[in-house]
Design a protein around this ligand. Structure first.
Ligand code: ADP
Ligand code: MG
Length: 353
């Protein structure tokens, strides 16, 4: 994930008198699991009520499991006084986003929780409440995990598992010369949302500011669309590091270069308004990250079917550029402005434009 916050760990730093610490004894730890996490395993027989050492994920005929893990760290990927339910949902959703971009249907996840002793039981209850909401929304179950104390900030690692037909996972390396580059939804909302939270973007209408902050705090993984891209997309990944950085990943593994047109990158009206305040630039949009949209390539022949899919699922799908042969042996991404001139993207790793 692309964002780093400067916040230090401030999760209930002793503010609340009588705070209930994470139980440090085995017994307390088991109580915590039984009270808050075991209910989230109900309905998944192979989780054995979180009373065994490991879980079983039944293999489906003709299918295999896609596995993905992503950790989020307080002060790095989220602000530590964000609401705990939202932190939980973000931790889960960033993993579901990866599964979606790989074409998989999410089924189950495991949760490793590293908690400082200052975290209260209320915090844990709210955290589990957030997971419960999203389990219902996305049809997944908690099937196991680990709980530890840490001298550092809250750290949450989730591993998610999803089903896909054997051999069909969408890869980074499948793009072909001449393929179109597509992206779902809109790009840059989260990057500007973080600017709002940091006080770096003022003068926006409250509605627009709230929209951007919400987009930073709560990704909308494209779980309905992702599996439908199997057979249409030649390469795919989710946009977490930044549109350019992630497209570069496809380029490297596919051994191609890419050209995108900045003016075609889809922007929300809130981002357009933010750009008008000069609080950020198109670079913010293209390199900001945390978009959790799907970036994919597809041959021209897939165009009609993609347009139908976009309609049917009500998910914007926008062509923003194309894959080309590497020039000078370089598998790089070139950004063109509305006059067809290369844009200098003034950020570390992108100064070579
Ligand atoms: P071990 O002693 O092998 O580390 P634990 O005592 O940590 O086992 O865990 C006991 C059970 O509780 C296991 O089924 C484990 O998957 C589950 N568990 C522990 N922590 C969590 C958590 N944070 N979320 C979900 N399940 C958990
Ligand atoms: Mg353990």
């Amino acid at each position: 994930m692309g964002h780093s916050t400067d916040e230090t760990n401030r999760v209930n730093d002793g503010r609340e008198a009588g705070a209930v610490n994470v139980p440090s004894t085995r017994c307390g730890e088991f109580e915590l699991i039984a009270r808050y996490f075991a209910p989230l395993a109900k309905g998944f027989p192979g989780a054995y009520g979180l009373l065994d050492d490991a879980a079983v994920i039944a293999a489906l005929p003709g299918q295999e499991l896609v596995a993905k893990t992503d950790a989020i760290v307080g002060g790095v990927h989220f602000l530590v006084d964000d609401p705990p339910g939202l932190i939980a949902r973000k931790a889960l959703r960033v993993n579901l986003s990866d599964l979606a971009a790989k074409g998989a249907v999410p089924r189950a996840y495991m949760l490793d929780l590293m908690l400082p002793s200052t975290v209260t039981e209320d915090w844990i209850a709210a955290f589990a409440g957030g997971l419960a909401l999203d389990q219902d929304a996305y049809g997944v179950h908690l099937i196991g995990g680990d709980t530890d104390s840490t001298p550092g900030p809250v750290t949450i690692a989730i591993m998610a598992f999803g089903d896909i037909a054997t051999g069909r996972m969408l890869r980074r390396g499948g793009a072909r010369d001449g393929d179109t580059v597509f992206v779902t939804g809109a790009i840059g909302d989260a990057a500007f949302g973080l600017k709002v939270l940091r006080g770096e973007l003022t003068g926006l209408e409250a509605n627009a500011a709230d929209f951007l902050v919400d987009r930073y705090r709560l990704p909308r993984p494209r779980v309905a669309l992702g599996p439908r891209l199997v057979g249409l997309a030649s390469a795919a990944l989710d946009v977490s590091d930044g549109l350019l950085a992630d497209l570069q990943h496809i380029c490297q593994v596919s051994e191609l270069a890419a050209v995108i047109e900045a003016a075609r990158v889809p922007l929300s009206s809130a981002v357009r308004a933010a750009l008008a305040t000069n609080a950020g630039s198109i670079t913010t949009v293209l390199t900001g990250g945390d978009d959790y949209e799907i970036l994919f390539t597809a041959p021209a022949a897939a165009g009609n079917e993609l347009a139908e899919l976009s309609q049917a699922l009500d998910v914007p799908i926008t062509a923003i550029g194309r894959m080309v042969a590497p020039f000078g042996g370089k598998t790089q991404v070139t950004v063109l402005n509305e006059f067809g001139r290369p844009v200098a993207v003034d950020r570390m790793g992108w100064t070579h434009f």
